[in-house]
Design a protein around this ligand. Structure first.
Ligand SMILES: [Zn+2]
Ligand SMILES: [Zn+2]
Length: 197
């Protein structure tokens, strides 16, 4: 089954935008086009002010989804929940509708290989654009309760860490005996202070 010319044209435009941002053509860009198209269609809006996307991986396809949906990490409209999976959940914040879209196992049949990593033929990448999305991705209606601290817009509160005196946004502080602590002061930070030798 093939898709109609209008849709293919739109997909090619989306792919071009994704490649420009991401820096190369790769399978992640193609799959990102399919995921974004399916997700946006399901939530029924392309208005970036009404969209929140939870992406489940910080690899290639996250860039494609970001560019095509217009969501941004820095605008709180894109969130990373790193499951290491080729999937994303699309939420219409006006209606509350949410759909999770993921690359289904069916793709192995289309690609004729068990290993997506081995699928490096760029000519085949383009052919994947012509496949109906439902042959590549699956979709399910879900419910996402977004905490109010995670919503876009002005921060609900900011506090200063009583230990390091750095500002903490969006309720990320941990209550301490002497007052709020940032996560780095409360737990072990991901860095060690010092110089490389
Ligand atoms: Zn890539
Ligand atoms: Zn601190």
């Amino acid at each position: 089954m093939k898709i109609d010319g209008e849709l293919l044209k739109k997909r090619k435009e989306n792919l071009a935008k994704a490649i420009e941002y991401h820096g190369h053509l790769c399978l992640g860009q193609i799959l990102g086009v399919h995921i974004a198209e399916t997700g946006l269609k399901a939530i029924g809006t392309i208005d970036t002010k009404k969209i929140i996307v939870y992406v489940e991986i910080d690899r290639c396809l996250a860039d494609a989804i970001q560019i095509i949906t217009g969501t941004r990490l820095g605008r709180r409209s894109m969130k990373l929940v790193n499951y290491g999976k080729m999937a994303a959940t699309f939420i219409n914040t006006e209606t509350g509708d949410a759909y999770r879209v993921w690359v289904s196992g069916k793709i192995k049949e289309i690609m004729g290989t068990e290993s997506i990593e081995k699928y490096k033929d760029e000519n085949h990448y383009e052919k994947l654009l012509e496949v109906p999305s439902e042959e590549i991705v699956s979709i399910q209606k879900v419910i996402v309760n977004i905490p109010k601290e995670e919503m876009p817009g002005k921060p609900l509160r900011t506090v200063f860490c009583v230990n390091c005196n750095e500002k903490i946004f969006d309720g990320k502080e941990i209550p301490g005996e002497k007052g709020p602590l940032c996560k780095a002061c409360s737990d072990k930070p991901y860095y060690i202070v010092g110089e490389n030798n």
